[in-house]
Design a binder for this molecule. Sequence first.
Ligand code: PLP
Length: 362
Amino acid sequence: MANRAYNFNAGPAALPLEVLERAQKQFVEFENSGMSLMEMSHRGAVYEKVHFEAVALLRELMGIPHNYKVLFIQGGASTQFAMVPMNLIKSGKAPAYIATGSWATKAIQEAKMFGDITIAASTEADQYRRVPAINELQYSEDTSYLHLTSNETIEGTQWREYPDTGSVPLIGDLSSDILCRPIDVSQFAVIYAGAQKNLGPSGVTIVIIREDLIGQPDLPVPTMLRYSTHAKADSLYNTPPTFAVYMMNETLKWLKEQGGAAAMEQRNREKARLLYEVIDGSSGFYRGFAEPGSRSIMNVTFRLGSEELDKKFVKESEAEGFVGLKGHRSVGGMRASIYNAVPVESVRALVNFMKDFQSRNG
Ligand SMILES: *Cc1c(COP(=O)(O)O)cnc(C)c1O
């Protein structure tokens, strides 16, 4: 069997070994078709089966209601930062954004290209160590929509529960926590997520959109950037990233075999608990970045007492086979990304390393 690293990469991130091995078997010849899936038309029956199986699995695993469309789009979640305002801003109704960290800030910057926006809440004054409480949010009932970032991948914070926005469309960037736990999709008007953290490789972005929001945008929007283009064509308007969709489909099958979103949540909570327990039990040797009430079960961020010690930790962890623990440059310190496909064994190994490192350096 492959010699697998303890992979804590933030994205692209670990994929299930079973998925990689299945894909390897089908890589050169896909289901007796005489060719690889990558070599065939996206209009043929063989690819279409994969495509629509992925849509159906996502619907099943997330419990997506019938009045929502599932779209596969390219350009990453970063393109959604622009597509959301382009398609959903209603003239004269500034959209509202919640500023929770690095990714929310990028979404905000992009939205500002299309007009005024309002900030419903910001935790910048707390260095984005927390998400706001629901009763801190302030937005007009007349706003085009309210945008939130479900999990701030860089700071390591995550919403516990989402605000009930009534008739205001709630838009969620779930790039780094989609399917990490069961959610009620009907709370959202739009959910978007790049696949490369929790659902597969990079190259495909999932958009789940309530049908009544797919119409003629008030702003002029190029064909490829209109939700209606992709919705009308079942995400086959132009060539989709066929291999990425195939890999996502295999990852979704794996997720279902594992017991779905509820089983994932249990496993993710256990992995997160193991790490936060070491941090909290280290008498200050390890310092969690996120406030305990906002801690993410996907990205665990922490620092040591000095930058020198941070560097030493990264260096020694790498020598022991741990990959991806260096935090994002904007926050510093360490980040362990423990997405769905990261096995609990990797986390146990990290816990042992952390305890050992403390005993040698504490
Ligand atoms: C990674 C990430 C993005 C950016 O995704 P791309 O697919 O690289 O554009 C956006 N939002 C969040 C929360 C992310 O984690």
